[in-house]
Design a protein around this ligand. Structure first.
Ligand SMILES: NC(=O)c1ccc[n+]([C@@H]2O[C@H](COP(=O)([O-])OP(=O)(O)OC[C@H]3O[C@@H](n4cnc5c(N)ncnc54)[C@H](OP(=O)(O)O)[C@@H]3O)[C@@H](O)[C@H]2O)c1
Length: 348
């Protein structure tokens, strides 16, 4: 099978994906009989390019790395905007890795909807479309026999959603608990070591983990959006981020973290979704966890999730050392699953 791929966004994740695709080209062909070409790339400020014969990926990476515009690689009429790109780019699959507004899920939700309406499979690393419009987009994809996969939205390439889809069969997920935001986890670790809150935030910014404006992490928005994805996808809920009882970590002090540690506990930004009758209740809040809880052992930028089901009491997955390539890997797996027709299984 040959897949023509369009990329929406060409930032850290999408460029890591481009490099990973180059690295895995032989593996894809040998093990999955899968070849691909990248027929287009759209960005907000670095230009856009379509080439129906396939762009030279190495050249596209060089253009962006050197600060030039992708427009120099474009063939065809000018593109008015990203929607025009989605319509015009000859692609079977759109890999979406644009910016996330955690309060609205836009503009990515509209891009994913437009891509599915234009008959393209969609793989996204962006939590917005899943947290704000999962049911609608999944149904749109199902009606058109298209794939809509998003493994990288929670814990990057670690197969958290695939476990629910492929392995947790004939079971009811009663509760999901997780430590899902690297920036806040790193800061809470630093507080335990006596670092002030402000210095810990600055550390994460200097390391490139936190954004210049870290509000979405510190106020728990990123963790909230991930919790909604888990609740909606694995527990059949229909929550939105505003439904989550959310408290960030800005009220946690060095003294709080050290007092917890002295008492044999650690403060973690705990994400939780619990089934209560036919409802699912979700929360994100700093919580003291005993050291016996596997989630208390998640250090620095690692993340983890624990499933409790009616057939498995506790199953925990921990992912360490994340970077844009680990996110890109989840997108690559989604792409392989679409090529394998996994989206045609009515239970996925
Ligand atoms: N970084 C990670 O490890 C990670 C992990 C899990 C999930 N994610 C998710 O993956 C997505 C991408 O993350 P990233 O780190 O790659 O972000 P990034 O480096 O900021 O890249 C975002 C890309 O999207 C483009 N973009 C923004 N608005 C656009 C628009 N309206 N139309 C077309 N392109 C647009 C940007 O264009 P310009 O190049 O012109 O700015 C940029 O190329 C985000 O949704 C993020 O939440 C990231």
């Amino acid at each position: 099978m040959h897949l023509k791929i369009a990329m929406l966004g060409y930032g850290n994740v999408a460029r890591a994906l481009a490099r990973l695709l180059l690295r895995k080209t032989e593996t894809l062909q040998r093990d999955y009989d899968l070849t691909f070409s990248i027929t287009g790339i759209a960005t907000r400020s670095r230009g856009s390019a379509i080439n129906p014969q396939g762009l030279d990926i190495t050249e596209a990476l060089r253009v962006v790395d050197s600060g030039d515009k992708l427009d120099m690689l474009h063939q065809g009429p000018p593109l008015a905007d990203t929607f025009a790109f989605i319509e015009a780019c000859p692609a079977d699959l759109i890999m979406e890795a644009t910016w996330l507004n955690p309060q609205t899920g836009q503009p990515a939700t509209d891009y994913v909807r437009a891509a599915l309406q234009a008959g393209r499979h969609v793989v996204t690393a962006n939590k917005g479309p899943v947290a704000f419009a999962y049911r609608e987009l999944k149904e749109l994809a199902r009606q058109r026999n298209l794939g809509f996969f998003f493994e990288s939205t929670v814990m990057d390439g670690a197969p958290v959603l695939a476990i629910g889809r492929e392995a947790l069969l004939a079971t009811t997920v009663e509760r999901v608990r997780g430590v899902l935001n690297s920036t806040t986890n790193y800061i809470l670790d630093s507080l335990e070591q006596g670092v002030s809150f402000e210095a810990a935030v600055k550390q994460t910014q200097d390391m490139g983990i936190a954004e210049a404006d870290p509000t979405n992490d510190l106020e728990g928005w990123d963790a909230t959006v991930k919790t909604v994805v888990l609740a909606n996808v694995l527990m059949g809920a229909d929550l939105r981020p505003a439904d989550v009882d959310r408290t960030g970590i800005t009220g946690v002090t060095t003294d709080d973290a050290q007092a917890a540690l002295a008492a044999g506990e650690r403060i973690k930004l705990l994400c939780e979704a619990v089934r209560e009758g036919d409802q699912v209740r979700a929360s994100v809040r700093p919580t003291r966890l005993p050291l016996s809880d596997p989630l208390s052992q998640v250090n620095k930028t690692s993340s983890a999730v624990t499933f409790e089901t009616d057939t498995l009491h506790h199953v925990t997955m921990i992912e360490g050392d994340t970077d844009p390539t680990t996110t890109a890997y989840g997108m690559l797996v989604d792409m392989i699953n679409i090529a394998r027709g996994r989206h045609l299984d009515p239970r996925t």
